[in-house]
Design a protein around this ligand. Sequence first.
Ligand SMILES: Cc1ncc(C[n+]2csc(CCOP(=O)(O)OP(=O)(O)O)c2C)c(N)n1
Ligand SMILES: [Mg+2]
Length: 887
Amino acid sequence: MDAFFRTDSDPADTSAWIESLDTVLHSEGAPRARYLLGRLLEHALTRGVTLPFTANTPYINTIPPDEQPVYPGAREIERRIRSLIRWNAMAMVVRANRLYSGLGGHISTYASCATLFETGFNHFFRAHQDGVAGDHVYFQGHASPGVYARAFLEGRISAAQMHAFRREVSANGISSYPHPWLMPDFWEFPTVSMGLSPISSIYQARFNRYLRNRGICDTDGSHVWAFIGDGESDEPETLGAITLAAREHLDNLIWVINCNLQRLDGPVRGNGKIIQELEALFRGAGWNVIKVIWGDDWDPLLAKDAHGLLVQRMGEVTDGQYQKYVVSSGEYIRSHFFGTHPELLAMVADLTDAKLRKMRRGGHDPEKVYAAYRAAVDHVGAPSVILAKTIKGYGLGEAGEGRNVTHQQKKMNEKELREFRDRFGIPIADRELAETPFYRPPDDSEEIEYLLERRRQLGGLVPSRRVRAEPLAPLPLEWFREFFDDSGEREVATTMALVRMLQRLMNDKTIGHLIVPIVPDEARTFGMDALFRKFGIYSHLGQRYEPADSDVVLFYREATDGQLLEEGITEAGAMASFTAAGTAYATHGINAIPFFFFYSMFGFQRIGDLIWQNADARGRGFLVGATAGRTTLAGEGLQHQDGHSHLLASTVPTVHAYDSAFAYELAVIVQDGLRRMYVENEPCCYYLTVYNEMYPMPAMPAGVADGIRRGLYKLAPAPDAEGKPRVHLFGSGPILRSALAAQRLLAERGVAADVWSVTSYSELRRDALACERWNMLHPGEAERVPYLTRALADEPWPVIAASDYMKAVADQVARFVPAGLTPLGTDGFGRSDTRDALRRFFEVDAAAITVAALHTLARRGAVDAAIVRRTIEDLGVDPEQPDPATA
Ligand SMILES: Cc1ncc(C[n+]2csc(CCOP(=O)(O)OP(=O)(O)O)c2C)c(N)n1
Ligand SMILES: [Mg+2]
């Protein structure tokens, strides 16, 4: 509390006021007391009595002891179960590091949150069952040993697997952290990259509401739980979206922040108080905040605290100092904490030093934690956050409890193991300690029976991931035929073509309702405002105003059953929605098909780690990088023009990235994506770059669909090639048209060029690398030949490859082109100008392609060197223009 409240000029009078309030509280209850205080405050304000703003409440538990519900569990059995899990979690890390020093793993995080997890497991987390959505739990990633240790007691992870912790390759062991990619039957949500799980959990909770409000799935009984570190709250993604959760009234969302006051290096807020800082933020954002700071040892002291001195002292001590108390003697705590005032010292006069040392923090007291969870689950109208104070490395004693180094603690000597065993009463003999065996009581023990019965009551085991959606029926290629015709005179951009395709999909009777269009405030830029009226923008409130553009056809229509997720300016939030939708086939048994349209510059570059998390989560869907291309997005300049997302996309193993030039290419790719992801159930994503350059769309030539999918097909063979020097021109996206123009310029100079459309360098490369690897490992067997090499086998001339992306994109396949490949691309910073000027500047226009082709042929002696110089002059190429890569 503020010092403002602490100068008491008339303590007797103050007591009288407080007693009156107590009387009201006792006789008429909290609502009446709240009303009176509210009226008093209002009255005081009208009389000019101002109060300093504070979003904080005192540094005590939000729920007083007399409002705690009766604990429904068997405390003693639960304590024993928890102790066994603590032991096994510690043992798996210690054993792994004994076997191979440096294998890693964390002991101290789970040690701090065991009670937080176990209260959830025994009393709250509901499993998914057929017809019941169940809860979605995001576990703090580096507390994974605790979740495994519980699964070991549950009998679904063997001792051998426990022993192989973190040896995922050599011993078929269990993975370091929650990774659905590696343990697809176990983990649901990847969490360990800090900050991603908090933001994901918010959008998961929102998506659950979206499914319900659209009548797709009943998610009413389901809660999303996220366990988060207090250090993790420093990540901008952690707190960046909390207002959304309150705005959307997500009372199905519960965060538990494990406030052990430490991160990896040291205190989170040594000079401050992380719980108070977070409380103010969450209260300000509209969350229901429940603080669980003190265990029941403190209740009698607080009851005696007539003058608020203890509460004051609790509030003024810094987190760094609280951490110091953990590693200090009872005597130190007495003199340092209570010694500031004789009244405080008197309060603890009858407590021994040993007792003072052991006074528990709230997060280690199951009854306090249960009360908080109960209140959070029952809270209506807003998300809840539980700020639970714990001790990092709880129970490790000298081996790390509360120490700054505890996060990295992975080994324990025999003395430390003995102390740990004794403290938690684990039935392991002294002589066995050195081996640190796992311990599981027999199936018919009280502990195992209790633990399994609790889970039965809650519907089954958590975490557990099961693909529950049935594959969809395929959409035949025929379905897309409107995109196979030429557009005649009409100029169309590929973005427009894709939005048109999306609309058609949304109108489809069988899969229309499953499409989830997502956009971070760029719908108009991409022409998606066409979706507003017909499909509506999702809002849990509907539309409580008359939109300013209600008189136009495409007015801004919000609706509770709106289909479009208009996220506002948050690519991170939009990506979290994309993952919630793209994993619904497992989390809800719903084949939601997300299409996330974003400025291509603000996708992989900006939120790459969320895309990586999506891949780990086995997410599906279409990522659409719109306004793509460093020269095609002409006017926006350096921070907007993307010339590298294809390189970044190639780094994500589950992403199939395509750079299309024409509507029919897009149609073939979308059809293929739907087949692979939703018919064949492949856990992958498609990345499509689409552009805003308008040009007539040609008709699809016969027999090219397979090539489009694989990444390359011949579009325009050289006319009159007989006896001429020859090259291949590869083009992608709008730059394919530069290649077609270069074909004409080269023909005028006596060179025959075949033009190919490359829809995906990364797909060509993956195929080539797979062949290369197979050949290396199978000497003497018939060699596998990459698709690209085969395509060029009978036409062994050199390749000039141009795209609106960096040269490294085309270079990915250079090794597999028998006669060599010269890449042209848009390396360097973008800038705004006309497309023609930019393509000249970045040397990806027809002139640059022509010069590159002639140069390549001249070096091979296929044309006269003089023609290169002449062409440079004729086409107005400035040989001295600055190199765009460094300009
Ligand atoms: C984005 C990211 N940066 C860094 C790390 C490495 N890291 C793992 S745990 C940790 C400290 C976590 O502290 P806190 O969130 O307070 O969790 P605690 O272990 O204290 O419960 C760090 C820095 C990470 N996992 N992710
Ligand atoms: Mg911490």
